[in-house]
Design a protein around this ligand. Structure first.
Ligand code: CA
Length: 250
């Protein structure tokens, strides 16, 4: 694999979960363990997750419920279902519920890794994080979490602000709801933090991005009434795939 991927492993059977984690780590991936459905959903919603391996029979929250709740906030995060139930019904239900693929237990590490690679390959545009976001007066360097103004001034973004901006960039062209931002940036489900906290972060982020250019407050983040926030349509988002091809001169 060319790039290290963060993969959430939601599986309650310790021996199986550890075997999967060992296999992923041996391939250079970064596995995150969750032994029940509730924890699995929380981990899957954190920012930076590339793929979820999801068992169906789980304590605290069924795998199907995890999948349907995850799809409400993360419609395109790759999910592979792990099922001991050999029944066709479960596989069809999982795929209809938005899973990208499934593996039937017992499976070999080799088979699982092949599926993981195939699903990640199929969705390169979905997992490519933004490297730079370019506006008329400034550019954001996502790795450094820094706003670089054309004047040469540099402003640091907090981790939270950078995560919000990256989330908006990953879904450029559509509004991202406050609930979705809350779930993916804080890893929280509804009720724990006021959605107003999101608005406060957005206000600070806008100030850092626009600087003194008070005539263009919405260039970076557009408020979509009743829906949430959207990345400014005139910004140019450069992902790691594109920047790699730039470096290769193609
Ligand atoms: Ca299970």
């Amino acid at each position: 694999m060319s790039r290290r991927r963060t993969i959430v492993v939601v599986e309650d059977e310790d021996a199986i979960r550890r075997a999967i984690v060992d296999a992923l780590r041996a391939c250079g991936h970064e596995p995150v363990e969750a032994a029940d459905g509730e924890l699995g959903l929380t981990e899957a919603r954190r920012s930076g997750v590339d793929l979820v391996l999801l068992d169906l029979l789980l304590p605290r929250k069924d795998g199907f419920d995890v999948l349907s709740e995850l799809r409400q906030t993360h419609p395109s995060l790759p999910v592979i279902i792990l099922t001991a139930r050999g029944s066709e019904d479960d596989r069809v239900r999982g795929l209809r519920g938005g899973a990208d693929d499934y593996v039937v237990k017992p499976f070999s590490a080799r088979e699982l890794l092949a599926r993981v690679d195939a699903v990640l390959r199929r969705s390169p545009e979905r997992v490519a994080p933004p490297v730079r976001i370019c506006g008329s007066e400034a550019t954001v360097d996502c790795a450094r979490r820094e706003v670089c103004r054309n004047s040469g001034e540099r402003v640091a973004l907090s981790e939270m602000e950078a995560n919000i901006l990256e989330r908006l960039a990953a879904h450029a062209g559509r509004a991202v709801s406050r609930e979705e931002l809350l779930a993916c940036v804080w890893g929280l489900r509804d009720g724990h933090v006021e959605t107003r906290a999101i608005d406060m972060h957005i206000t600070r982020l806008r100030q850092k991005l626009a600087g003194d250019a008070t005539d263009a407050p919405d260039e970076w983040i557009v408020t979509v009434r009743g829906k949430g926030y959207m990345l400014g349509p005139k910004l140019n988002v450069v992902t790691d795939v594109e920047s790699a091809s730039e470096e290769n001169g193609s």
